[in-house]
Design a protein around this ligand. Structure first.
Ligand code: GDP
Length: 167
């Protein structure tokens, strides 16, 4: 079947300060503003539109639910240096499941800031276990070191392709 021209919407979700903007900036190849922003990105033939959603009350009310319904794929970010952001990611995963009727919506749990080894509060084992429970992929990244960022991106693209091909 012919692909629609509209880009996939990849939503970056997570608590404030976990690195969503840094992530989106790498994808876009340009710096974005601190608040929610959209950017276009071309990954090979795939056209991806990333949307950053900061989980604070203001943007929660303004944008959160809207994106819950329109995302084709989700990167669920937490910081490995911030256990609270990890707990938030778990809550978001539950909410996503409730509001995304499509069972096969690609979701990747992303433990960012893995360069900050001495400030680690969440182990990779915990992250992986959480992803297993929530039935999604898992990866640890460092936006600062540009480590595993493209692996995360390609993981999403791979899942979107699989989903498209199985239609
Ligand atoms: P957002 O609120 O989720 O969009 O988070 P930001 O992308 O604005 O990042 C918050 C802060 O964490 C900024 O000072 C970033 O430079 C920093 N940061 C983001 N990713 C990383 C990372 O992988 N490693 C380190 N050391 N700092 C990071």
């Amino acid at each position: 079947p012919a692909e629609p021209e509209s880009p996939y919407r990849v939503v970056l979700l997570g608590a404030s300060g976990v690195g969503k903007t840094a992530f989106a900036s790498i994808f876009a190849g340009a710096a974005d503003s601190m608040d929610s922003d959209d950017c276009e990105l071309c990954g090979g033939e795939e056209k991806i539109k990333t949307t950053v959603v900061n989980l604070n009350i203001k943007s929660f009310l303004r944008r959160f639910w809207q994106h819950m319904q329109t995302g084709d794929a989700y990167l669920l970010l937490y910081s490995i240096t911030d256990r609270t952001s990890f707990l938030r990611a778990s809550e978001l995963r539950i909410t996503l499941r409730r509001f995304c009727p499509a069972q096969n919506t690609p979701i990747i749990l992303v433990g960012n800031k893995c360069d900050l080894v001495r400030r680690r509060e969440v182990s990779a084992t915990e992250g992986r276990a959480c992803a297993a429970v929530f039935d999604c992929k898992f990866i640890e990244t460092s936006a600062a070191m540009q480590h595993n960022i493209w692996e995360a991106f390609h993981g999403i693209v791979r899942q979107l392709r699989l989903r498209r091909d199985s239609r």
